[in-house]
Design a protein around this ligand. Structure first.
Ligand code: SDX
Length: 392
């Protein structure tokens, strides 16, 4: 009668679903895409094979891979009018804003084909996989005032991206094989992660009947958040601040543990992993490989490893199952490659795109699928009548 409902504050409508795309065991630190361990895929496959696996459910044969490569190349250009869009986009926009805006505007330039025709859907998907990578590289070139570098038919997916990012009329050999192979592995470890925040947004937007481009644009916005895909950028900023303030790691750990401050150790902790994120292990090794290949030494890596060692020895982190997550070392690796901090989450989005597409397609194919509509427990005032404004 009073309308006051008591409820468990921990109640959260997780909007969970069943899915055959990705399996995670957070206690054991296991991550599998369609049954394959992520480190097995990172070691033995190219990113486009993993994208094919997530979207189609099996790894491609040699013939299927050749056809896929050809399709990705065919679709690697974007409409020249879209390049005009870059020219007039506000100068200091975050690349994730550009990526999200360009993703949804693809539907104006490339009408989405019918989902009922396998070939047409495959065309839409391949188009998106290839063009988002081009858009990311073009937005970077625009941001540094350099001429854009067009994709080339003779370069594979990752090499094409690095070439579009770093080649210029005055630069020769802007990347090496280790960078190409490391980028390949980095994109693979980001490719999907079951019902994370951005995948849930993609499913939610798609469940309303919106097209794939719109759903991906929503996923990009969710990923941008510092608690999600934006963390890789914030890890570097955190490490740089620690360095500037004299490298006092104990002080940083105290701040991260304090309830008085909203500060959290960026790149640490995870909603699902209460053990070492298997992707963080791969990223840590890649960071060292890229540095060695470029004959570089970055004191931030030493600081990151010392921070990890101290945090893992700290009871606060141990009791809460807080370990490095995928973002703790990936930013450092991108940084060694010469990718600027504000592009780190764009890299995450390029890697996650096949996973978002796979989640979208699975949701759309669900015969029992319905519009995403979480419910709530109402905690507001009970019914009341409006009174004239002078009596309020
Ligand atoms: C990604 O979901 C996915 O799969 C995401 C992702 C993917 O591939 O899509 O894996 C990618 O988003 C990785 C996470 C990147 N974000 C960060 O690194 C930001 C820093 N991490 C935290 O904000 C946090 O760990 C989250 C957001 C990642 C997870 O938060 P949870 O699971 O909601 O953790 P929680 O808030 O329940 O924390 C439990 C306890 C709390 O302390 P108590 O209230 O129990 O005393 O652990 C503490 C938290 O304060 N805690 C941290 C911490 N993370 C959690 N304390 C200090 N530093 C941290 N990083």
């Amino acid at each position: 009668e009073t309308g006051m409902i008591t409820y468990d504050p921990g109640f959260v409508n997780t909007g969970s679903c069943s899915s055959s795309v990705t399996f995670i065991d957070g206690e054991k630190g296991i991550l599998r895409y369609r049954g394959y361990d992520v480190d097995d895929l990172a070691e033995n496959c190219e990113f486009i094979e993993v994208a094919y696996l997530l979207i189609n459910g099996s790894l491609p044969t040699r013939e299927e891979k050749a056809k896929y490569t050809n399709l990705l190349n065919q679709h690697s250009l974007i409409h020249e009018d879209m390049i005009e869009f870059f020219r007039h986009y506000p100068e200091h926009s975050h690349p994730m804003a550009v990526l999200s805006a360009m993703a949804v505007s693809l539907s104006s330039f490339y009408p989405e084909m019918s989902e009922n025709h396998k070939e047409e859907l495959s065309m839409t998907v391949t188009r998106l996989l290839s063009k988002l990578r081009t858009i990311a590289a073009f937005s970077y070139k625009k941001s540094i005032g350099e001429p854009i570098v067009y994709p080339r038919h003779d370069l594979r997916y990752c090499e094409n991206f690095l070439n579009m990012m770093f080649n210029s009329p005055v630069c020769d050999m802007p990347y090496n094989d280790t960078m190409t192979e490391s980028l390949n592995k980095l994109l693979i470890i980001h490719a999907d992660h079951e019902q994370n925040c951005s995948a849930s947004v993609v499913r939610g937007v798609g469940s309303a009947g919106a097209n794939l481009y719109a759903a991906i644009s929503g996923g990009i916005c969710a990923l941008w958040g510092p608690l999600h895909g934006g963390a890789n950028q914030h890890v570097i900023e955190m490490l740089e601040n620690i360095m500037e303030e004299g490298g006092n790691i104990d002080k940083v750990l105290e701040r991260a543990k304090s309830k008085r401050s909203p500060f959290r150790l960026m790149g640490f902790g995870h909603r699902v992993y209460k053990s070492y994120d298997p992707r963080a292990k791969i990223a840590k090794a890649l960071c060292k490989e890229v540095m060695a290949s470029l004959n570089k030494h970055d004191p931030l890596l030493d600081l990151a490893m010392e921070l990890e060692e101290k945090a893992l020895a700290d009871p606060y982190f141990q009791e809460r199952g807080l370990y490095p997550n995928v973002d703790f070392y990936t930013g450092l690796t991108y940084r060694e490659m010469g990718i600027p901090t504000n592009m780190f989450t764009v890299m995450f989005a390029i890697g996650r795109l096949p996973g978002w597409i796979a989640q979208f397609m699975e949701m759309r194919k669900d015969p029992h699928g319905r519009i995403s509509r979480p419910r709530q427990i109402y905690t507001g005032p009970s019914v009341r009548k409006v009174v004239p404004i002078d009596q309020r």
